[in-house]
Design a protein around this ligand. Structure first.
Ligand SMILES: [Zn+2]
Length: 250
């Protein structure tokens, strides 16, 4: 039948001898998996079109209510070469792919798939352009948490809604006023750091230029957002530790 679908490759796993599983996010069918047999027989062009973070058009035989298909052929729509050449960009893409993968796992009406497809595609383009990995990752993480209804409360104290805040706690779910920070023994936070965290949580990727001017370093914000994923989304975020380690060195 030779059906076609365009998708973003989230990851590639080895599968049996000389085969791979290609995990793909599509707007039409959510997440689907292709088996590509005999990878070594593929020409280098085909192999490139199956690399993670590539937007690729796949030809295969679609069957209703299946999410697992044998791949017939693949051709790249949008490659992200810089992401393979730049270690930090590659590690950031890995973190975003893991989040996208996890957040689209249960998606009966398909809306999360469309949302994350657009968000992930945009973030990949920006990483590929060599833009700052800390800002892109922070904004992506905040957008993903907000989409899942698990975003940090940054408009006031998470407990009493008081507008004047002095601390931030991932465990509690956001900002804390002086009284509740003291009651929970959460140390005070510099007001500038609270302001920056709020800014990153309110922003979209389209605000990158403003953020790049205002935010000197978003690594601490990313750390806190990673805690939100672990504490509130139950995600292990396996790809995060190496990304953090390498990124902080730069
Ligand atoms: Zn309070």
């Amino acid at each position: 039948m030779n059906d076609k679908v365009t998708g973003l490759i989230l990851k590639q796993d080895d599968y049996r001898e000389n085969s791979v599983l290609i995990h793909v996010l599509t707007k039409e069918y959510g997440k689907i998996v292709f088996t590509a047999a005999g990878m070594r027989k593929y020409t280098s062009k085909n192999a490139r079109s199956l690399m993670p973070y590539t937007e690729t058009e796949f030809t295969y035989d679609h069957r209703e209510n299946r999410t697992f298909f044998r791949l017939r052929s693949a051709s790249p729509v949008r490659m992200h070469r810089h992401i393979y050449e730049d270690l930090n960009a590659g590690l950031a893409a890995g973190v975003l792919a893991e989040i996208t993968d996890s957040m689209t796992y249960d998606d009966p009406d398909g809306r999360n798939s469309v949302f994350f497809y657009d968000l992930f595609a945009k973030a990949l383009d920006m990483l590929d352009e060599g833009k700052r990995t800390d800002i892109i990752t922070a904004v992506f993480m905040a957008n993903a948490l907000n989409r899942a209804g698990m975003g940090p409360e940054v408009d006031g104290c998470v407990i009493c809604e008081k507008a004047q805040v002095t601390a931030l706690s991932a465990e509690e779910g956001g900002f804390l006023c002086q009284e509740h920070a003291a009651a929970l023994a959460v140390p005070a936070y510099p007001v500038e750091a609270l302001r920056q965290f709020r800014l990153l949580n309110k922003a979209g990727l389209e605000h990158y230029d403003i953020l790049a001017e205002t935010v000197a370093d978003a690594w601490n914000d990313i750390d806190i957002l990673a805690d939100f994923f672990r504490l509130h989304a139950g995600m292990k975020l396996r790809s995060y530790d190496l990304f953090k380690r390498m990124g902080s060195i730069e």
